[in-house]
Write a protein that binds this ligand. Structure first.
Ligand code: AKG
Ligand code: FE2
Length: 479
């Protein structure tokens, strides 16, 4: 059965599809070249992920109970932020009726024809508030099968409203105020949990800097090929997520992905990068993603607690894991990383002691080596920007295959720059491609990485995507 989405457009070129009335963005037609490539194993695996996790569930009503109970509740919140980076809350004070009204308005808004959403400023929000897909995606793994209204709160006030938009804007306005109040209570508790005062965050995260994002994940005919929302961490202090009852959200815990059981009666809180840095890594900004769904559309609303660009982020603990940075600087770094590598490197760029910054093929970044040292001269960005960038400017990195006894083969990698930590690269290659390997010292060639099996293509792609070697500097050899 062909679904009534752009699948029909792509698969039957000769049949004109009445797109004008569709509310779905033209994902398949716009990214036709990406869909013609091969499937992404990571996305396929995500779509198959059935390990549900029970997020810590915290009854915020306990904060108003007796003193002992309130203290226990605060401890539970801090523990969840440290262990999971995610937790759910009930009795949070946001009226169920308000949430229901917001959901209703959200559905109405997204169900407007795509042409209208992309062509008109439907709600007189900021001009570019409607977004869909990932315009810069160069492979399917970078494409998000979703659309969103990204609403800076200063633009949501009802005074600019036309009658058409006023209901929706009014609800957004009320909901945002409820979020802001709730966020402040959570910030108080979370800051107290690390012995800090939340004033710095609260003073800098204001109506003009926080924002609300209305998300819709339209049904996707190829859920094993594309994410609803690509794996990411949030670049804020805190996110308050209002999910619906459709499964989709997954988060990473202890290097494994878990699916969050949907519970539309709770709000989900997750720690963002800034809180991780401000808490010196005690609270975790955890990677999460949304898998797409073939049959059901899914909605969510996210409230992001963001500061002004000038706000400085600094932990009060020594030794500090992250250097002092401004939010503006961080945003810029994230954008630069994305344009250079295709991925957000995130806080790994801000570490006081830089590990090897490897961009994983599957995940954004390996954080496993966070505490390890690498030679100070190693700076993947400087390398990438310089004219003589990458390993082997004059000499090539050689990837060879050797036939071992029987049908076994061995891949060797030789010629990487000496500054690189071969052992760390090996470790990540082994993890990435589930194979054994070792680093050997060759009297003539220097250090050589050896991997079991024919990993030539895998290794080559990995080295390029990690920014370690430029494609044109790699020589892949045959038997
Ligand atoms: O829709 C969801 O469940 C997650 C949304 C999200 O992670 C985001 O908007 O940053
Ligand atoms: Fe997120």
């Amino acid at each position: 059965m062909v679904m009534e989405t752009q699948a029909a457009v792509v698969h039957s070129e000769s049949t004109p599809i009445p797109m004008e009335n569709s509310s779905y963005p033209p994902f398949l037609t716009t990214h036709r070249n990406l869909f013609e490539g091969c499937c992404e194993a990571e996305v396929a695996a995500a779509a198959e992920e059935h390990h549900y996790c029970d997020l810590p569930l915290i009854d915020l009503g306990r904060l108003h109970g007796d003193e002992l109970e309130a203290e226990r509740c605060k401890r539970d919140i801090s523990a969840a932020a440290a262990d999971w980076g995610f937790f759910q809350i009930v009795n949070h004070g946001v009226p169920a009726k308000l949430t229901a009204r917001l959901r209703e308005e959200q559905a109405k808004l997204f169900r407007q024809p795509f042409k209208k959403k992309s062509g008109e400023n439907l709600l007189d929000f900021a001009d570019d508030s409607y977004r869909w897909g990932t315009p810069s995606a160069t492979c399917l793994r970078q494409l998000s099968w979703s659309e969103a209204y990204h609403i800076p709160l200063f633009s949501s006030s009802s005074d600019k409203s036309t009658p058409r938009s006023s209901n929706c804007k009014h609800v957004i306005e009320k909901y945002s105020s409820a979020m802001s109040e709730l966020a402040n209570r959570l910030l108080d508790t979370l800051a107290e949990g690390i012995g800090r005062d939340s004033t710095h965050i609260k003073d800098n995260c204001t109506r003009s800097t926080c924002y609300l994002r209305l998300n819709r994940y339209p049904p996707c005919p190829v859920p094993s090929q594309v994410f609803g929302l690509v794996p990411h961490t949030d670049s804020d202090f805190l996110t308050i997520l209002c999910p619906d009852r459709v499964t989709g959200l997954q988060l990473k815990k202890d290097s494994k992905w878990f699916t969050v059981k949907p519970n539309p009666n709770t709000l989900i809180i997750n720690i963002g990068d800034l809180f991780q840095a401000w808490s010196n890594g005690l609270y975790k900004s955890v990677e999460h993603r949304v898998v797409s769904n073939k049959y059901q559309e899914r909605f969510s609303v996210a409230y992001f607690v963001c500061p002004s660009k000038e706000t400085m982020i600094q932990s009060n603990v020594e030794p500090a894991k992250y250097r002092k940075f401004s939010f503006g600087e961080y945003r810029q770094q994230v954008q630069q990383d994305v344009s250079l590598t295709g991925y957000k490197v995130g806080l790994a760029s801000i570490l006081t002691e830089q590990p090897v910054k490897l961009v994983n093929l599957k995940d954004q970044v390996f954080m496993s080596d966070l505490d390890d040292q690498i030679p100070a001269a190693f700076d993947p960005f400087a390398e990438a920007n310089a004219d003589d960038s990458g390993a082997g400017t004059k000499e090539y990195v050689h990837i060879r295959i050797q036939q071992r006894n029987g049908r076994k083969s061995l891949t060797t990698v030789q010629g990487l720059r000496k500054e690189f930590s071969y052992s760390k690269i090996l470790k990540d290659l082994k993890k990435e491609f589930c194979c054994n390997g070792t680093v050997v010292q060759d009297p003539e060639l220097g250090q050589v990485i050896q991997l079991q099996g024919d990993q030539r293509k895998n290794v080559s792609t990995f080295l390029v995507q990690a920014g370690i070697v430029k494609k044109e500097h790699i020589k892949i050899h045959g038997f």
